[in-house]
Design a binder for this molecule. Structure first.
Ligand code: BTN
Length: 236
């Protein structure tokens, strides 16, 4: 499928830009790459920062009408991980991890109708560390960079591998749903079987990710279903 590619030297956030355009009626398929973001955003209202030249930051926007929306953000992570390296892990819902360190993050946002089966404009933003970033003092686990797994790799090569895989993945998901992606997520699931703590304080063991992309947590009180919009999770 065709899509426009646009590269900007600087923007606040590629996700914010595509969301603004979509709300203004521009809902065509587009890959927007920024060499630098001044106000990059992460999940759950957090920021996402990268020194200029140290990361690949882009958003893909396209109209999508899947049969079922759950699992969408996990599919984005699987598609990107599979395009890059067999050893890249996924930390639910869609962080890219390597050797217990975060290498990239994904932020999925949508514009459109509340109807479950209506078409929406989907913006999938990804920030992938290329060089190993400096680790801030307050970070529990230092981040990693793709060059640790793929020595010397350039951001352009990463983009060339990831962009078509991501589009194919999203279109496949729209038609086929999450079913074929669930085992592929599981194969890279870095939390599976591990003790975890959620940002809301809940603790348990990450048991599995179900056919809807929901994390199943075994806790002292029994099974709990954790949905990605609510919380973040980390191993303890
Ligand atoms: C996370 O780790 O919570 C998600 C990080 C997502 C960052 C990417 S960088 C490109 C796109 N534009 C943004 O503002 N965020 C995403």
């Amino acid at each position: 499928p065709g899509f426009t590619v646009e590269i900007l030297p600087e923007i606040d956030s590629t996700n914010s830009e595509l969301m603004r355009r979509a709300r203004a009626g521009r809902q065509e398929p587009i890959l927007l790459v920024a060499e630098h973001q001044t106000a990059g955003r992460g999940r759950l209202g957090r920021g996402w920062q990268a020194a200029p030249g140290s990361a690949l930051t882009f958003s893909f926007g396209l109209p999508l009408a899947p049969r079922e929306w759950s699992g969408l953000s996990l599919v984005a992570g699987v598609a990107i991980a599979e395009a890059l390296h067999p050893d890249l892990g996924l930390k639910w819902p869609n962080d890219l991890w390597w050797q217990d360190r975060k290498i990239g993050g994904i932020l999925v946002e949508t514009v459109g109708a509340g109807d479950a089966d209506a078409e929406r404009y989907v913006v999938v933003g990804a920030g992938l560390n290329i060089a190993q970033p400096p680790s801030p003092e307050d970070m529990r686990t230092p981040p990693a960079g793709l060059r640790e797994l793929l020595p010397g790799v350039a951001a352009t090569a990463v983009l060339q591998a990831v962009a078509p895989a991501l589009v194919r993945g999203l279109l496949d998901f729209a038609v086929q749903g999450f079913a074929s992606w669930q085992p592929r997520f599981e194969a890279r699931d870095v939390l599976r079987g591990r003790a975890v703590v959620l940002s809301d304080g809940r603790r348990g063991t990450a048991a599995s990710v179900d056919a809807e992309g929901v994390l199943r947590l075994a806790t002292a009180e029994g099974w709990e279903a954790v949905r990605s919009a609510e919380v973040s999770v980390r191993p303890v």
